[in-house]
Write a protein that binds this ligand. Structure first.
Ligand code: DUC
Ligand code: ZN
Ligand code: ZN
Ligand code: ZN
Length: 483
């Protein structure tokens, strides 16, 4: 099966040029001028870019007494509709559960995926079994381990557990990921707010101020430094966290920050003076912030101190959200965004001049492909790469609405937002899943992408080791008498 993408302009993280792309057997076979000999897709006026990679999604995840409502079928259909061709989900073992056993459950769920996918493995408890199984997990093609510093009494790990796990990551050539919020402080603030009668969804935002995130981000970075391992901070939402990341990077540390499209484009006013459902639908952790924090995130993307834009797609219906009526701590945390990430970032980033097209490709695809060690199979328009491609029409417009979305939930946090820039075609390993805007996915087409450990990236972060390593004092040349 041969497909030719004709007359488009290729946009990668580092180049923009006119060429046709020939796709054969799911991979890019040739890039050149005037190619022919197959089904033609007309890319006139369009940009031909690497398909998006969303490294942070939670599909059909057991969480807060329920399951997130988009599964691997609807979630990856939403992804493809918006130009994203690979997602990375989080495998969450229960306390005391074997990592391999948990992975089996995720393997079973993901067989329905419409596009390629991978997993991060969460470290939700610590012990010899976890230590040992981490190696088995890396052999299964998973080179990233997630740590929650929040969700006390559930997913949260303590500093000693995190330090032990980070050191294990360093040994294995794996990369630790961190949800950085101070879970002890959050739990205290939640209890205080509830005791004072603040039980509405705005209490969620008050219980998770930026300091909670700034402190934990800084702590995670310092612990990673002492463990001699890089670290990836998920859903960086505020200047306090961004500042810690920036400072670490300036000191030569490999620290990556991942803002979400929601934090870049929605702010805290979504929680205040709004009806309960409106606010509760937007409850996620971290919560939306004010405009100054938003500006900080945009600046981080254009200057390079923040690396990746994700969604943390974790969708709950209004009915599920209503579990928290009378107690905001029981509102399932999470928002959708998979279908809207690329169009929203293009509209608010590229169309406003905040990001170049090449930077757009970098932060939606190429940077994370490199960090996750799947580049250039993913994240590239190169001969031999997987044909995960989006043909992007910069003039195609729509108003985002739950009525026309792929996601299984009954609302959209971006409802009413106008976007300009949408896929004309999306290809997942050569299969055309969006054709002239029409979604034609194939359940089960998606495959697990193995990501081997990445040793060279995991050299020590800073000079800490050198400075503290015991040094042998040379005594030669010094007279015995000490004169
Ligand atoms: N934050 C959310 O909002 N949902 C899922 C998990 C998380 O950390
Ligand atoms: Zn998180
Ligand atoms: Zn998450
Ligand atoms: Zn197929």
């Amino acid at each position: 099966m041969t497909t030719i993408i004709k007359n488009g302009t290729i946009v990668t993280a580092d180049r923009t040029y006119k060429a046709d792309v020939k796709v054969e057997n799911g991979v890019i076979a040739e890039i050149g001028q005037n190619l022919s000999g197959g089904e033609e897709l007309d890319a006139t006026g369009c940009y031909v870019m690497p398909g998006g990679i969303d490294p942070h999604v939670h599909l059909e995840m057991p969480f807060m007494g329920t399951y997130s409502s988009d599964d691997f079928e609807s979630g990856t259909r939403a992804a493809l509709a918006g130009g994203t061709t690979m997602v990375v989900d989080f495998c969450l073992p229960n306390p005391e559960q074997s990592l391999l056993e948990a992975l089996q459950r995720w393997d079973n769920k993901s067989t329905r995926a419409n596009c390629d996918y991978s997993f991060h493995m969460a470290i939700t408890w610590w012990g010899e079994q976890v230590f040992n199984e981490m190696e088995d997990i890396t052999k299964r093609g998973i080179n990233t381990f997630k740590h929650f510093m929040a969700y006390k009494g559930a997913l949260m790990v303590n500093d000693d557990e995190m330090f032990a796990s980070f050191r294990r990551c360093a040994e294995l050539g794996a990369l630790p990921l961190v949800h950085a919020e101070n879970g002890d402080v959050v739990a205290d603030l939640q209890a205080k707010l509830l005791a004072e009668g603040n039980d509405g969804p705005e209490g969620h935002a008050y219980s998770r101020p930026p300091q909670v995130e700034g402190e934990a981000t800084n702590r995670a970075i310092m612990i990673a430094d002492m463990a001699g391992v890089p670290v990836y901070i998920v859903h960086t939402s505020c200047e306090d966290a961004h500042e810690a990341i920036r400072r670490a990077r300036m000191a030569g540390k490999r620290v990556y920050g991942e803002p979400l499209i929601q934090h870049l484009t929605l702010d805290e006013s979504e929680y205040f003076d709004k009806d309960w459902d409106h606010a509760a639908r937007r409850v996620m952790s971290p919560p939306f912030r004010n405009k100054q924090h938003q500006d900080s995130l945009w600046n981080g993307l254009s200057s390079g101190s923040l690396s990746v834009v994700a969604t943390d797609h974790c969708a709950f219906t209004t009915e599920q959200k209503r579990n928290g009526v009378g107690d905001f701590t029981q509102i399932p945390n999470g928002t959708g965004g998979l279908e809207d990430r690329m169009p929203m970032l293009w509209t608010h980033g590229v169309n406003t001049g905040r990001l170049t097209m090449n930077e757009f490709v970098a932060v939606t695809s190429t940077n994370i492909a490199k960090i996750l060690n799947v580049y250039p199979r993913k994240g590239a328009i190169l001969e031999g790469a997987d044909a995960d491609i989006v043909v992007w029409d910069p003039y195609k417009e729509k108003t985002i609405s739950a009525d026309s979305q792929q996601s299984a939930i009954d609302y959209n946090v971006f409802e009413g937002k106008h976007v300009k820039g949408l896929p004309r075609f999306t290809l997942t390993r050569g299969k055309v899943a969006v054709h002239d805007g029409e979604v034609r996915t194939e359940e089960g087409h998606g495959q697990f992408v193995e990501r081997p450990p990445n040793n060279p990236v995991n050299t020590a972060l800073s000079t800490w080791k050198e400075l503290t390593a015991p040094r042998k004092i040379e005594r030669t040349g010094i007279p015995a008498s000490g004169v």
